[in-house]
Design a protein around this ligand. Structure first.
Ligand code: ATP
Length: 893
């Protein structure tokens, strides 16, 4: 809370001790209220009333709904009663956090005092919007809170994001036919708390929560560029990598303009700008993030049960945020991944070193946000003491890394600036006094030392007063006390009242006696009050000086904090790898995938004592690119599919993997279509969502992608579903050529492996005994023989008479089919796809468009014909056939 801190040249004063009942003189007139409201018309105005913050009228209704507070009413100036929602002063942060989570902007009005003028009119002292909250108390610990900005500009889209609590400020520019999809992926990753968009409608079709419209001219590239260069103190943006990226520049400039307007104290935190290339990351769309439960479990809705939940052994909140970033942003850059792997490997091999670093990291704490607080001018003496402790903890970490003898660890240490100069500064300025707690150290400010000495001598005088007055009056029970109403007093009990000297002035009668003051006591009290005020002012000045000096190093401090946060995250990966017996995967630039003895990291951790059955997976290279996975319900198909995706993802964040060994050709994107998920609110049925996700995969996947499809086609009728599943599988095999795992209950699809060169079957093994099924969870070559649906239904507790009836229905159905299950519909691999109306189609980057003309097709076919391999007869046949196709099927016409 800003109480007592200098802000915008004014000092905020609370009327401590005044309850709601005493606040009636503070009630604004409607006019005063509306004047303040007009300054930030889109914000909820919270009005300080003694020990409460109150919202009125429509604001009150919104607060009551979203902060979950009971609505009452209040007399409002002379305008009768209005709805009112009151937030207790001590619980303000709690309720502000709720309001911000709903995307509201909040303006807080308090009484302010100005030097020499005492308390003056109320003013807005803070404006908080979801993306501009820099105050650690209002932020989720292990998560970043991003203010994003989107600027479509011609065929490009600029995206910028800033976390004003950690100083992260980055941009990227997206272009080409996939720009919109990439934007959606990035927004899914960032999950911005607030998103700035131009008010001219350019970004209206972008789906993002909590959008804030800004004047479109603020997104004008030249203006934004000027804003950026001024802020960063540079002439060109070349060093930041975005000189030639007008859309990115525009988006970043808009962020600066917005902060300037809403919360300029945050601007100094943004000391640099990083230009990111989206091509460096593995593409993960929102569905895949959700399906793989990367940061949120589908079952619990929280981190527990997610990949992040099982990986997170970080010691600091900044480490936890970094780990979340790594999990959400796997890389494609082989050399960077190998650097990370080397650090993890060094840490896996050295448990003692890990323990030492972990304990030192505890001392570093959340350095990122601490630097954030200090840079915003919110740093108290306690914060600086903590900062000193954090900086002191860095050097031992670097020393441990260097003496480890591991070159990767030593190199990592060399990249971290211990900021010893800042530590020296802070140590000279603050101390943790055993009695007074955190305070400015003696010697930092001579004026402060003198004021403290003055106050101390008066306090010493007061401390001796009781003894002196007892001696003077002979009243042994005389006491010197203090209360808030009268200040210092001398109390004499009833039996001794006759001995009270003449210079005592009676102030108050209490049950046991009388309370007095003397002229000397009043004077001492005045001296103490004045000295306390002076001390407070001098301390503020000293803190301001220290803040200025430390803030000059904000950029270096934040860089060091970022590296330490990364170390914490990599350490966490090492701890988990060591505990789980994970191994270092071989990474390579190929389209191969080979996992031997792979396990699902989260399911394995949840099995508690039961053994997880490890399985292999070979895709691409010498092995088939597509695996059709069959097996009984509950047999472990989904687990197997997800485990392969998670192992690849772990490898591409630089982690070890839960496998005996793995060789992973880096993937450019991971796609999943798993389980039933409907979006009724968005107007899409389960089947519609399934098809939307499948269409996205077919449109976007490449030869380097990993595709995980679980029961595609399940959401519709059996025949339609089977047909769709087969067509999707064929397209993935023939055209997309991505490494694909395809789990299905349609046993008919297993016949595809006989016709398609790069498709193979595997199944999850199960045993059947007495109508019961035992799951072996082992992946074996070849197709499953049946679905075991009825046995699983029995296991689930379906009433026996229903299960028996189902078994007899099944027998009947099987007998009806004299022939084996129908083979999948035949088709010619070379035949062009034909839509229902007969028009041929092909897939381009823009979706399905008409195929090339017959002449083009003929030219290509001729081009690819190897004439030396044909007999004259075959060549003649070929010519007849082509002519027939041109003439519509009549060769000798
Ligand atoms: N390899 C394994 N080792 C041990 N237990 C496993 C293994 N794989 C799966 N399981 C257990 O079996 C349960 C069911 O697995 P899963 O959901 O993958 O089956 P499924 O074949 O996809 O089922 P359905 O077809 O009904 O969707 C898991 O929750 C897990 O507890």
């Amino acid at each position: 809370m800003a109480q007592g801190t200098a802000r915008q040249g004014k000092t905020v004063r609370s009327r401590a001790g005044r309850g709601r009942s005493g606040a009636s003189d503070l009630v604004p007139s409607r006019r005063q209220y509306l004047d303040l409201k007009a300054q930030h018309p889109h914000a909820i105005l919270l009005y300080r009333m003694g020990d409460f913050y109150e919202a009125f009228d429509d604001d009150a209704r919104v607060v009551a709904r979203d902060a979950r507070i009971t609505l009452t009413s209040r007399s409002f100036g002379r305008n009768g009663r209005v709805p009112m929602a009151g937030i207790p002063y001590h619980a303000l942060n709690h309720y502000l956090a709720r309001l911000l989570a709903h995307g509201h902007t909040i303006a807080i009005a308090e009484q302010v005092s100005e030097p020499g003028r005492g308390l003056v009119e109320r003013a807005i002292t803070r404006v908080l919007s979801p993306g501009t909250v820099g105050e650690a108390a209002l932020l989720p610990e292990g998560e970043n809170r991003y203010l994003a900005s989107i600027c479509p500009f011609g065929d490009r889209i600029g995206l910028a994001w800033a976390d004003v609590s950690t100083g992260e400020f980055a941009v990227t520019e997206l272009s080409g036919p996939r720009a919109r999809d990439q934007l959606a992926e990035e927004l899914a990753r960032l999950n911005p708390a607030e998103c700035l968009v131009p008010d001219d409608g350019r970004a209206d079709d972008v789906e993002v929560a909590h959008r804030t419209r800004m004047e479109h001219w603020r997104f004008e590239p030249e203006r934004a560029r000027a804003e950026l260069t001024r802020h960063l103190g540079v002439r060109s943006l070349v060093p930041f990598g975005c000189e030639d990226l007008p859309a990115a520049t525009a988006a970043a400039g808009a962020i600066l303009a917005y902060l300037e307007r809403t919360n300029p104290a945050l601007l100094p935190l943004l000391t640099g700008l990083r230009t990111e290339s989206i091509d460096g990351w593995v593409g993960l769309d929102a569905a895949t993030r959700r399906n793989l439960e990367l940061t949120r479990s589908l079952r619990t809705g929280g981190t527990r049960g997610s990949l992040l939940g099982m990986l997170d052994e970080t010691r600091t909140a900044m480490g936890a945020r970094t780990l979340r970033r790594l999990v959400g942003q796997p890389l494609r850059d082989l050399s960077e991944l190998q650097r990370r792997q080397a650090v993890v490997a060094g840490l896996v091999a050295r448990p003692t070193l890990r323990a030492a670093i972990t304990s030192s990291l505890g001392g570093v704490g959340d350095l990122e946000r601490l630097v954030g607080r200090v840079t915003q001018g919110l740093g108290t003496a306690r914060d600086f003491v903590t900062l000193g402790g954090a900086l002191r903890a860095i050097s031992p970490i670097l020393a441990s890394l260097r003496v480890s003898g591991d070159p990767a660890l030593a190199a990592f240490a060399d990249e971290i600036d211990p900021c010893t100069d800042v530590l020296t500064l802070v140590e000279a300025a603050v101390e943790d006094d055993p009695e007074d707690g955190a305070r400015i150290r003696a010697g930092f400010s001579p004026e402060l030392d003198a004021a403290r000495e003055g106050a101390m001598s008066t306090r010493r005088w007061l401390a001796g007063l009781e003894r002196r007055e007892r001696e003077r009056t002979g009243i042994k029970s005389l006491k010197v006390g203090y209360n808030k109403v009268f200040g210092y007093y001398i109390e004499v009990t009833r039996p001794n009242l006759a001995r009270v000297p003449g210079d005592y002035v009676r102030k108050q009668t209490v049950a046991t006696g009388e309370r007095y003051v003397t002229a000397a006591l009043k004077e001492a009290e005045a001296r103490i009050l004045a000295a306390d005020e002076e001390i407070a002012a001098l301390e503020r000045a000293a803190l301001a000086r220290l803040t200025r000096d430390v803030t000059a190093a904000t950029g270096r401090l934040l860089t060091a904090a970022n590296r330490l946060a990364l170390l914490d995250a990599l350490l966490s990966l090492a701890v988990v790898a060591d505990r789980g017996g994970w191994t270092r995967p071989v990474l390579e630039d190929s389209a191969t995938l080979e996992i031997i003895g792979g396990r699902h990291p989260v399911v394995e951790a949840s099995l508690e004592g039961e053994a997880f059955i490890a399985n292999d997976c070979r895709l691409g290279g010498e092995a088939p690119r597509v695996l059709v996975v069959t097996g009984p319900n509950m047999g472990g198909k989904s687990t197997y599919l997800r485990q392969v995706a998670l192992i690849v993802l772990l490898a591409q964040i630089g982690s070890f993997v839960p496998a005996e060994r793995a060789r992973i050709g880096l993937v450019d994107r991971i796609f999943t279509r798993v389980g039933a998920q409907d979006d009724l609110a968005g107007g899409s049925s389960t089947f519609m969502v399934e098809m939307l996700e499948t269409a996205t995969i077919l449109r976007q996947a490449t030869e380097r992608s990993l595709v995980i499809l679980d029961e595609v086609g399940r959401g519709t009728g059996t025949q339609d579903g089977l047909a769709i599943a087969q067509a999707v599988l064929e397209d993935l095999h023939d055209r997309v050529r991505a490494r694909t795992l395809f789990a299905t209950h349609y046993l008919e699809l297993t016949a595809l492996a006989e016709r398609l060169a790069d498709v193979a079957n595997v199944h999850l093994a199960a045993l059947e005994t007495d109508e019961r099924v035992i799951f072996l969870y082992a992946v074996r070559p070849g197709p499953a023989d049946r679905a075991y649906g009825i046995q699983v239904a029995r296991l689930a507790g379906l009433p026996p008479w229903v299960a028996d009836r189902a078994a007899s229905v099944l027998r009947g159905l099987t007998e009806m089919r004299s022939a084996p299950p129908p083979a999948p519909a035949e088709r010619e691999l070379s035949a062009p796809r034909v839509a229902e109306d007969g028009a041929p189609y092909q897939l381009t980057l823009d979706g399905f468009t008409p195929a090339p003309s017959e002449a083009e097709r003929l030219a290509r076919a001729l081009d690819s014909l190897d004439l030396t391999a044909l007999t004259p007869r075959e060549a003649l046949d070929w010519l007849f056939e082509q002519q027939a196709r041109l003439r519509g099927g009549n060769p000798r016409h």
